[in-house]
Design a protein around this ligand. Structure first.
Ligand code: ADP
Length: 174
């Protein structure tokens, strides 16, 4: 039984994340999508919101489960009985960070391997931060995220009359 985790902040989940999860679900018997509870960056959505949107977006994948986690990713992988960590690579700039992460995780837990999938061309520009930025400034995001996420972002934009969410996220890269 090959089990992997796909950990990320998912603030919020995008079509790029869904593409990686769907492709990883074909490679492994079971995929556990881990929504990281408290990253060291400002968030737009709560853990409950990020979990609910991710569950809805991935419900069509039979061997995928979505759970929240805190603490070290390798500990989450071990708790879940997973031997692999799935990550997505968009551009050269992702590579350096993902290499550092995978080397650090390997140092902590040599039995757990990181598997990187190349982003599909149509999503290789897409990040949660770009999605938030476009949505909060009134741009169309319908081809970038599932309907539930589009709806939730429209709601955030509506409730953001004073622009505080835009200020909160403006310097955050992901
Ligand atoms: P993190 O807080 O870990 O950066 P993200 O939600 O930003 O969480 O992304 C997590 C993982 O998903 C990373 O491996 C990232 O490269 C990958 N990813 C994000 N967006 C895309 C995309 N559009 N296509 C492929 N992989 C992606």
């Amino acid at each position: 039984m090959r089990r992997a985790i796909y950990p990320a902040t998912f603030d919020p989940i995008t079509n790029g994340h869904i593409d990686i999860a769907a492709r990883a679900a074909k490679l492994f018997d079971e995929l556990i999508v881990g929504v990281y509870d408290r990253p060291m960056k400002s968030l737009l959505f709560s853990i409950e919101e990020r979990l609910a949107m991710s569950r809805e977006a991935l419900a069509h994948l039979g061997n995928v489960e979505v759970k929240s986690y805190s603490g070290l990713t390798v500990n989450f992988a071990k708790e879940q009985g997973a031997g692999y960590i799935v990550r997505g690579l968009r551009a050269l700039s992702d590579f350096e960070w993902e290499l550092q992460l995978s080397l650090a995780n390997h140092q902590l837990e040599p039995d757990i391997d990181t598997v990187c999938l190349m982003a599909s061309q149509e999503y290789s520009f897409l990040s949660s931060s770009i999605l938030r930025e476009i949505a909060l400034n009134g741009g169309s995001i319908k081809d970038m995220a599932p309907a539930g996420v589009v709806e939730a972002l429209l709601q955030k934009a509506k409730n953001d009359q004073d622009g505080s969410n835009r200020i909160k996220i403006v310097s955050v890269r992901d």
